[in-house]
Design a protein. Sequence first.
Lengths: 276, 312
Amino acid sequence: MKESAQLALPLRVDAEVRENRAEGGSNFRLRLAVAGWPGAEPGRFVMLSPGARGAALRFDPLLPRPMAVYRTLGVAAPPEIEVLYKVAGRGTRLLAETHAGDRVRVVGPLGVPFAMPVAGRCALLVGGGTGIASLYELAARAAQRGPVVVMLGARSEAELMGCDDFAALGVELRIATEDGSRGHRGRVTELLEAALDAGAGGEAIYACGPTPMMRRAAEIAALRGRSCQVSLENRMACGFGVCLGCAVPRADGSIALVCRDGPVFEAGQVAWAGLP
Amino acid sequence: MGGPAVSTVDTRVKLGGIALRNPVLTASGTFGYGAEFAPFFDLARIGGIVAKSITLEPRQGNRPPRIAETPAGMLNAIGLENVGVDAFITEKLPALAAGVVVVASVFETEIDRYAEVCKRLSGVPRVAGLEINASCPHVKSGGIEFGQRAEVLAQLVRATRRATSAPLLVKLSPNVTDIREMARVCEGEGADGLSLVNTLQALDIDIETRRPVLSNVLGGLSGPAIRPVALRMVWQASQAVRIPICGIGGIMNAEDAIKFLICGATAVQVGTANYLNPLAALEVAEGIEAHARRHGVARVADLVGTIEVPAR
């Protein structure tokens, strides 16, 4: 995605944990006070070093984890950011053990943000699992420009996150759960299909979640001749374009870095079958 | 060693003809072409940067997955993705502020091509010196062979030495039986200094899929996990040759770097630490100076090779 506007420059700061709250399932919400935080355009991310306690960094696990900036709480001083994550391995397990007052190293904001919808056009946002974390700020800003429909999906109601936050933005919220415990029973991409088929056309489509979900959203968009922005995930060591570890293939055979060229990509440019 | 604390410390060192304001460089492949770190600190405050290895032509690198985390370390098999020597000279070097010391790192698959890249870099005003990457362990067609066989290494250093009058460092592979032999070969062929170590050749497996974690199968191990191995090799090499040594391997902070100086390294390179802490190199440089001040060491160069081995 291209962004002509100047993006906020990244900083490295040892942030203070304000709150680290379990949110059902293995989901957590981490709130960090980040001195000097410049704000983050929708879709950008931070690298978080899990397990850093006090001033000392921990070297095992060694690498920081990329996490979407869910939102910036700009009224606080220093500014606070929230991150939503799911415990999936060693790094996130350590992150889940941090308490208020602990320090977590933050590098960011990083990456290329979502391109905003054309003013007045409807924006359709599709989020699955912790992928919704990339969409909150987008929903908030898009809502100032036109109508927004947010479709959130999870396996069950217990694993849904952020519904109240999105609802408070005044956007239209549609829910899908695979077990039917809340909203539509089935996949969130089915809501996207229905919305497109019922819509007036011209909607801007955004998707973030597990790769199969984004791939399906991309297919649904492509079948209707529509573009779709997706936010990819990958392993990365640095987050700012030097380790070259987060390479993914583009549809044209070239290589893109998720951290530097993304994480937001036009879905049609992604070689979906070649993703790790 | 040292006496009462001193108020000023002379941090300057000379590495094979390259004058450095302090003994901390960044390791090739961990610092991009430098500009990526400009938002974090003024690159003129560290000794210098060793740029990402460049080849005659641009290279795309390996398919993903290219990296994996390991205990206190990481594996990588990037495949030496780079912009090629010409774009390095015309696009990457001019992007760096004046005052940033740049060492160009050279990699190729044949000796003639190594020499050609060295020729093109010779006389480029922003290039303070060259580092020959004789040790990259993850490109099937080359790399490891040069650094692992003494006679091939000798040919490589001879050819690159002929190709340039710029300060010439040779970066050694740790994947050898005797690092002292390789160090002596480089010195004998006219290298101005040695950089060691590159990554340790390694493998990890996903037991569910039974597949290697990297697309390239083998990768290079870096990070704190390799530091004691690197320190041992720097100490051994420093006893075998008179040319200066740049110590590399899992340096995370100033304490780690000081160990390398004590073991005989004239300077150090910070590598993997740059990924998790983009200010790592600057903090290492500042920490070395603070250590010297506290310990009454007037010149950082006076720390070099001060290892005290008790009689056995």
